[in-house]
Design a protein around this ligand. Sequence first.
Ligand SMILES: [Ca+2]
Ligand SMILES: [Ca+2]
Length: 192
Amino acid sequence: MELRSLFTRLATCALLTASVAANAAVITVDNTDAGFTSSGLNFSTYEPGYFGANYMADTRNSVGDFGMWDPTGDSDWVAGIWKVEMMWTSGNTRANNAAVTVDSGSSTASLVINQLLNGTVWNDLGEYSFDLSGASVMIDDSNSTSGQNIIADAVRFTFVSANPAAPTNVPAPGTVLVLLGAAAAVFRLRRK
Ligand SMILES: [Ca+2]
Ligand SMILES: [Ca+2]
């Protein structure tokens, strides 16, 4: 192989490696997407500032209502650590104690969020180590009393890194740089 061709191939490989290492996948699951399921919630556009076409609101005083966002059907979904953010529309009938459960596939984390505040922005719910399957975020009305409505709008998942213990076939950053260095050394030797 000519050195020029080798350099071209190595440069292409380096670019591909960089794009893999800098995986910045963002998956947003809206309440109208296939990854969303709910029970007992109604579509609404009453309060402005929602994500997409509308949001869903629990207007039943009885408990047992929920909304759930599942990102695993998205082609960008991989096992790993993902940042989770939630958007809702705030209003004076919102629950200040909405129960949120982050299911990582092998464990769950329970949160309580105040939807009276911070509407129309992405609210950081933390970073979680997710499995390839079974990942979801659920909001439910188990803490609500009469007049406290939970809102289900959109959840955004942003890839942070691979799970520490997960095997990976991605070349470690620097592998290609070592190869490039070796090729450059050969090139210099041939020119001498
Ligand atoms: Ca929405
Ligand atoms: Ca309810």
